[in-house]
Each structure stands twice: as structure tokens, then as C-alpha cells.
Design a protein around this ligand. Structure first.
Ligand code: PMP
Length: 423
């Protein structure tokens, strides 16, 4: 495969941008590649600047559940741009999207829009602390909640790929109130709550972690989180930046029937634009400025183009049968893939349209299991798929995604290639 233009572009980028990228995993360093430079995306196809095409299973990290460039979203965005791109003054689009979020996501009585998942989580944490007047936050090892200082503790995603569990530049005092525990482990939580329960502001969790690769919550784990937080009057925050509008139209909370106090959304809710959201019970959300004492703001928050994209993206998901079709297609594909990989020391963890191939000979249920995976073998698989024009998420510690735009032919090819993988 000729990648000359991408290589030249990388040489230029690296002169002006640290590592040549604006988000670390994009370097493809951990999989022994140099970055792709993309000039076009359409449906499930990415085209790089050398005119190579790739079937995309990363989909801008889960944003495009309906595939890239869906005509409904594209048309609405083009029209919206003609009316200006930012006002810094309210527009009706903000309320329309807020109403859609409120309609579908059980916990989100009120919602505020921000520009990234990091911002959504950072604001939700501040709000939880302001509301409970407590400081301690519990997270889980391998879960990633963006790059706010106090959450870079045993974090997954790109931080895991880099082999670090935290970051330089974060004073110890900033993480003093963050405690990270093993996911799926009720005992360690019970113990911590019995010691410090009334100082705990909130538990934050990816209800289905995707940032250490997909790890499935054990039976009743989420229910236990709900019960123990209620018992100690701490808040439960579901970080649904990935699972929101992915695992059902109401996210993981609707799928599992557990309603948290606060929820964060990103990715799908912005329809491909930099928008994210946090929301929850009205009495909590009304603590936010200008109603209450918890400050939060944003120049581009609720941007009209991003809101328009989000509204149109969600309207597509409201079509009857959207999730049923996607889930049936995903289930058939992933069960077949699982059957193919049984004898290859590859574990397929999946739920709905999210999946990870773990290069391990034993089941993966926690960050400890994840860390035992053979990342070199994963890297070989990544390069093998790339050479066959398939782009999967470029890290062992991430999820892949299926969209409504993937055809049976695409999925069969994925299975066929995996069957033939001998690395
Ligand atoms: N929370 C979760 C669960 C995420 O997966 C991510 C990013 N992948 C974030 C928060 C941070 O979002 P962003 O990259 O938009 O800041």
C-alpha cells in the first residue's frame, strides 16, 4: 500500500504539532504505524490523502452510529451554516436538542451542553461536589473520563496505551480526593463506603467500560452502585459519552434499567461536531449558575451548528427499527466472529454494536485482565487489517463500533480476514 503522502504530511505536522497529532492515540505509535491523513469520509469508508480507502470500525471513536455523512445530518448542517456559525446568544436549537435528550435518557430531566466529553465530566463532578458538599470521587481502574486533572488516576484509553496510569503536571493534591477501585468488584466498594461513605460525593462509572476495551458489567454491579450511593446519599454519575445513544436510544441506563443521578454524553449527541452534555435530576441541575452557586460556562456551548447536527442525528435514531436492525446485525456478526476466534486466543467482548478483540487466552472482566493482553499481537492484527483496507480502533484498550451503514458484505470480510490471521 502506498502511503507516501501520509508520511510526508506527518513529517510536516510533526514540525508544528507535538507528535504531529491533536490527540495522542492518532499517532498509531503503539501499533507500530505512522498516522493516516484522511481527506474524506463517507458511509463507512475513509479515504486517505494517498487515495487508499478503508472500511472504518472506529467511526470517529463511536460518533457515527449511522455512518459518516448521513444526508439528513449533512443537509441540515449546510442549511444551518448559511445562518451564521455562532451567536453566543440562545437559539431554539439548544432547547430542541435538550428536549430530545430529556425525552430519551431517563435520568436527564435537565441538560446543559458543552464542547467535549472532558468538559461534561469535569462539570458534572463539580456539580456533584457542590450539591453534596462532599469531596471524594470514586472511579474505576481502566475507565476514562476525559483529561481533567483529578480524573487522570488509573485511567484507560490513550493513557493506558502510553503505559502510564496518570500524567505529569498533575499535583498530588489535585487527585487527593479521587479514589480508583477495580471495576466489577463490589467488596472493595462496600469496604470503602463503610469507612468514608458520608464523605463520598459521587461514584463516576462508564456503565459499560469501553476505554480499557469493552468490559461487561457483572450481574447486579450497576444495581449495587445505585443502591450503595442511595444508602449513603452520594450521587451516581454514568459517563455515557460512548454508551449514550449507542446501547439504546436511552443509553446504557435504559438498557440496564438503572437511573443515575447525573449523566454525561458526548460523541453521538453532537452528530460529528464538538458537542457534549451533562444532565440529571432537576434539583441537582438547578445548582448550576445562573440558578445556583456552581459555576460553569462556555463561549461555544450550545453552538447552533453542533445542535443542528445532534438533533438530526438523534432523529435518525428515532426511526422505528433503527436499534433492532443494528443490534441484530451486530449480534450475528459478533457471534460468528467469536466462533472464529475461539481457538486463536482472542476474546471477543461485546454488547450491542460495541466490541473489542482482546488478545488473551482467558476471559477479560477487569483492568487487571486487560493488562495481561498481548499488545504486540494486537499491533500485528491492526497492521494486518490496515493492509487489507480495514481501519479498527488503533489500540487494544479501545472499543470498535458497528454502524447502520456497515453491510453484511463488510462484516463478512472482517470475519474472513480474522479467520485467516495467523500472527
Ligand atoms: N468519557 C468517556 C467515557 C470517553 O470515552 C471520553 C473520550 N473518549 C471522554 C469522557 C472524553 O471525551 P472527549 O474526548 O470529548 O473530551
Amino acid at each position: 500500500m502506498n502511503r507516501q503522502e501520509s508520511i510526508k504530511a506527518y513529517e510536516q505536522a510533526i514540525k508544528y504539532i507535538p507528535g504531529g497529532v491533536n490527540s495522542p492515540v492518532r499517532t498509531l505509535k503503539s501499533v507500530g504505524e505512522s498516522p493516516l491523513f484522511i481527506k474524506k469520509a463517507e458511509g463507512v469508508t475513509l479515504t486517505d490523502i494517498d487515495n487508499n480507502t478503508f472500511t472504518d470500525y472506529c467511526l470517529s471513536w463511536g460518533v457515527f452510529i449511522q455512518g459518516h455523512t448521513h444526508p439528513k445530518v449533512q443537509d441540515a448542517v449546510y442549511k444551518s451554516i448559511a445562518n451564521g456559525t455562532s451567536y453566543g446568544i440562545p437559539s431554539i436549537q439548544e432547547t430542541v436538542l435538550a428536549r430530545l435528550v430529556n425525552k430519551h435518557v431517563p435520568s436527564m430531566e435537565k441538560v446543559r451542553f458543552v464542547n467535549s466529553g472532558t468538559e461534561a465530566v469535569m462539570s458534572a463532578i463539580r456539580l456533584a461536589r457542590g450539591f453534596t458538599k462532599r469531596n471524594i470521587i470514586i472511579k474505576f481502574d481502566g475507565c476514562y473520563h476525559g483529561h481533567a486533572d483529578h480524573l487522570l488516576v488509573s485511567a484507560g484509553s490513550g493513557v493506558a496505551s502510553l503505559g502510564g496510569s496518570s500524567s505529569a503536571g498533575v499535583p498530588d493534591s489535585f487527585t487527593r480526593y479521587t479514589i480508583s477501585l477495580p471495576f466489577n468488584d463490589t467488596e472493595s466498594l462496600r469496604k470503602l463506603f463503610s469507612e468514608k461513605g458520608y464523605d463520598i460525593a459521587a461514584i463516576i462509572v462508564e456503565p459499560v467500560p469501553a476505554n480499557m476495551g469493552v468490559v461487561i458489567p457483572k450481574d447486579n454491579f450497576l444495581k449495587f452502585l445505585r443502591e450503595i450511593t442511595l444508602q449513603y446519599r452520594s450521587l451516581l454519575i454514568f459517563d455515557e459519552v460512548i454508551t449514550g445513544f449507542r446501547l439504546s436510544i436511552g443509553g446504557a441506563q435504559k438498557r440496564f434499567g438503572i437511573t443515575p443521578d447525573l449523566t454525561t454524553l458526548g460523541k453521538i449527541v453532537g452528530g460529528g461536531f464538538p458537542a457534549a452534555a451533562f444532565g440529571g435530576r432537576e434539583e441537582i441541575m438547578n445548582m448550576l449558575a445562573p440558578c445556583g452557586p456552581v459555576y460553569q460556562a462556555g463561549t461555544l456551548s450550545g453552538n447552533p451548528i453542533a445542535m443542528t447536527a445532534g438533533i438530526n442525528a438523534i432523529e435518525i435514531l428515532e426511526d422505528s427499527g433503527f436499534y433492532q436492525d443494528l443490534e441484530e446485525k451486530s449480534e450475528a456478526f459478533l457471534s460468528a466472529l467469536q466462533a472464529e476466534t475461539l481457538s486463536k486466543d482472542i476474546q471477543i467482548n461485546f454488547i450491542g454494536s460495541m466490541f473489542t478483540l482482546f488478545f488473551s487466552d482467558s476471559e477479560v472482566q477487569s483492568f487487571t485482565d486487560v493488562k495481561k493482553c498481548n499488545t504486540e499481537r494486537f499491533a500485528r492484527f491492526f497492521r494486518y487489517m490496515l493492509a487489507a483496507n480495514i481501519y479498527i480502533s488503533p489500540s487494544q484498550f479501545e472499543s470498535n463500533f458497528i454502524s447502520s451503514a456497515h453491510s453484511d458484505l463488510h462484516l463478512e470480510r472482517f470475519i474472513d480476514l480474522t479467520r485467516k490471521f495467523s500472527g
